[in-house]
Design a protein around this ligand. Structure first.
Ligand code: SF4
Length: 416
């Protein structure tokens, strides 16, 4: 194995534009929460954001706040606050970090954005259980605490073949949200506004897919770690034209890198797929370690999860049903394995890293033999690292570093 090199990763110039866009978003949310005329909805990250925007709500995404708590390493201090009111350390650490942050009265938003003192108070909480049950429990906690209505959609889970029956039941549930949302917002849903929001969201999704697909170039112009940062607008601003403008800018920069033969990791020798949640508090450490090993994590299920190519402005409810039910996390293991196999082929992957996130079983796909089945099917090795998305007490620097080093050594031996 060659000696680890000094890490050399290229910064994305568009990051400054994104920072400003995210700041605008958070200040607008804060202003809406403080105004007497605007309404705020909280929505799960793969919930019906388009419907909420079309109903005139400003939309806050608690998982985004959870990830901020993780990335700023505040989460570990917040989680015990939620544990103390009965929310187990074994359940979603986004939930426990976010609820703990509320109970402690501390948020990374006030550190990053002077003038913002707290999360924007919601007028309604809207969930979709497509990802897990925890989101419903999470939103219900706030519903009781703040005396705010909580409504949602219940999605089938572990779905193999998708059928019209799945989509039909979902579409009816999305439509059933309209009446309570109209009552809370105090205005009728304008079908044209919904159509326009769906069109913008679909365009955002298409652009985000194009951004991620640039990772198929050799060398890859971006890493998974870049993706986790630059996905911000696709998560919190889909349906808003500014997200689309941002991805046009980012895409142009990545295409230029490809044209110039510039890789995100200098001297890229190996290409990995990241399966599972990021370890938010260790993004920089991971990015640095992989760069020093001349290994690029080029793609992930996680970043791909905000691609909704089924959204169709002419068929809003049914297409939302399709888009939000086809998600990887909703599917059976065999459907997930098909998907990962296609990604491995498309992104020219040499190995797969599974992150077993202790508090997120829904995104830890290593627990029922999938890595072994994929290794046999695809003929490429895997490594599993144990950790968590937010709770750094469940993560060992030493163990992860050693496992990653040994894995790259294994890849070196395979390539000679
Ligand atoms: S999918 Fe995992 S990280 Fe996301 S809300 Fe559910 S338990 Fe938490």
């Amino acid at each position: 194995m060659s000696e680890p090199k000094k890490p050399a990763f290229k910064k994305i110039a568009a990051a400054g534009v994104m920072k400003k866009l995210m700041a605008d978003y958070f200040y607008e949310l804060d202003a809406a929460a403080k105004s007497d005329t605007e309404k705020v909805a909280w929505c799960t990250s793969v919930g019906p954001a388009e419907l909420l925007r079309a109903c005139g709500f400003k939309v806050h995404f608690p998982e985004n706040h959870g990830a901020m708590l993780g990335a700023t390493r505040m989460a570990t201090d917040m989680i015990p606050e939620a544990n103390a009111v009965g929310y187990s350390p074994d359940i979603c650490s986004y939930l426990t970090a976010d609820v703990g942050s509320y109970l402690k009265g501390e948020t990374p938003l006030s550190k990053a954005y002077p003038g913002i003192e707290s999360l924007p108070r919601p007028d309604v909480l809207v969930y979709n259980t497509n990802q897990c049950r925890d989101v419903q429990d999470w939103f219900m906690w706030y519903s009781r605490e703040l005396d705010v209505p909580c409504i949602g959609v219940h999605t089938h889970r572990g779905v193999g073949d998708l059928t019209e029956a799945h989509f039909e039941s979902q579409a009816r549930q999305f439509e059933a949200l309209v009446e309570p949302l109209e009552q809370i917002s105090g205005r009728k849903l304008d079908p044209e506004a919904l159509k326009s929001c769906m069109a913008l969201s679909r365009r955002c999704s298409d652009l985000w897919k194009e951004v991620l697909d640039t990772g198929a170039a050799v060398p890859s112009p971006l890493t998974f770690f870049d993706g986790t940062i630059h996905m911000g607008p696709a998560v919190v601003l889909r349906g808003d034209p500014r997200a689309n403008e941002y991805y046009e800018t980012l895409l142009a920069e990545l295409k230029q890198r490809i044209a110039d033969g510039v890789g995100a990791v200098e001297g890229e020798r190996h290409r990995l797929y990241w399966e599972g949640m990021p370890v938010w508090g260790k993004l920089r450490d991971h990015s640095t370690q992989f760069s020093s090993l001349e290994t690029c994590v080029v793609a992930s299920t996680y970043c791909n999860s905000w691609i909704f190519t089924d959204l169709d402005p002419d068929d809003p409810y049914r297409s939302m049903a399709r888009a939000y039910t086809k998600l990887f996390i909703v599917r059976s293991d065999s459907a997930k394995e098909e998907y990962i196999s296609r990604m491995v082929d498309f992104f020219k992957i040499d190995g797969i890293l599974f992150h077993d996130a202790k508090t997120c079983p829904a995104n830890s796909n290593n627990r029922y033999g999938m890595p072994e089945r994929l290794e046999e099917r695809l003929g490429i090795p895997f490594v599993t690292i144990n950790g968590d998305l937010n709770d750094l007490r469940l993560y060992s620097d030493e163990q992860a570093r050693t496992a990653i080093e040994a894995f790259v050594e294994q890849l070196d031996e395979r390539t000679g």
